[in-house]
Design a protein around this ligand. Structure first.
Ligand code: COA
Length: 264
């Protein structure tokens, strides 16, 4: 068996450590590894000069610490590397009077049982998809708005988005803007079909603080109960009018919320 060298990892070795967690398909980032390096100790084993195994100890207060990042590269398993690093991690915690906790994978549990670790409670990782809306670029916002409004008004949308506290969210080919006003945050324009409109509005409402106003066009009337359910109440009415045109420009069925009565 090739000789190994025990090392304590510094920030410079984080890329190698990240390669090990990536190899295992784990979710830790370089920032996570940096936490262990900065606030705990990451022990490593070099085999032929390359990082082949890691284990980290992270003290939490004076009474206990967490052992984690027990990783051995696939080609070096069942050579006792994990056992060696675990022995060192446990010793480090014992030296400072701390007890050891960890959350074991099934493979890890096989290693830890031999040290006397006993099961306390189960834990299960769940996976799914977040419902947060993507934040589109200014160009994307303008490209979504123009066909619905009937004119390119990126000068206006850029102005909205340049204001501190403003935000834009996009989904399913639609988008919504949030901007601060003098007395209230204003949501609009909202360009969407009626199925994706609620989730876009949800994102904007969740990002807003304090009073919020929304100029809901008749095309968005289906959203009235939805707004009521979120505590919104009608405040005042406007009438969109034209001189020289019999209908609205663009695709009014997709423009559900106006930028405001002053902007259309
Ligand atoms: C789990 C892991 C760290 C073990 O590393 P390792 O260096 O191969 O383990 P060791 O050689 O030190 O094994 C020590 C003992 O643990 C037990 N063991 C280790 N791996 C085992 C496995 N896959 N199945 C059953 N028992 C195992 C054995 O009793 C072994 O002793 P033995 O080889 O003399 O029979 C390694 O398989 C790995 O990196 N897996 C993917 C990441 C992971 O799950 N890490 C644990 C996080 S909690």
């Amino acid at each position: 068996m090739a000789p190994t060298e025990r090392v304590i990892l510094s920030a410079a070795e984080i890329p190698q450590a990240l390669a090990l967690s990536d190899e295992a398909g784990w979710n830790q980032s370089a920032e996570d590894w940096a936490v262990f390096v900065r606030h705990g100790k990451v022990l490593g084993l070099l085999a032929q000069g390359r990082l082949a195994a890691t284990a980290a100890v992270l003290p939490y207060g004076e009474a206990f610490g967490w052992i984690s990042m027990v990783l051995v590269t696939a080609g070096c398993r069942r050579r006792g590397y994990a056992r060696e690093l675990m022995t060192a991690c446990i010793a480090r915690l014992r030296e400072t009077g701390r007890v050891a906790f960890l959350d074991a994978t099934p493979a890890g549990a096989a290693v830890y049982a031999a040290f006397g670790f006993r099961a306390l409670c189960g834990m299960q990782r769940w996976a799914g998809n977040g419902t947060g809306r993507a934040t589109p670029s200014r160009a994307e916002v303008a490209d979504i708005d123009a066909p619905a409004f009937g004119a390119d008004r990126r000068f206006l949308l850029d102005s909205f988005l340049g204001r501190p506290g403003s935000a834009a969210y996009a989904a399913d080919g639609g988008c919504v803007l949030l901007r601060p006003g003098r007395h209230a945050m204003q949501i609009g324009p909202l360009v969407a079909d009626t199925t994706s409109a609620p989730m876009l509005l949800d994102s904007a409402i969740a990002a807003a603080h304090g009073p919020v106003v929304i100029d809901l066009l008749e095309s968005g009337a289906a959203l009235e109960p939805w707004l009521e359910a979120r505590g919104f109440t009608p405040q005042r009415r406007f009438l969109r009018m034209a001189l020289g045109a019999a209908s609205m420009p663009g695709d009014p069925a997709r423009l559900l919320v106006a930028a405001g009565p002053e902007f259309g």
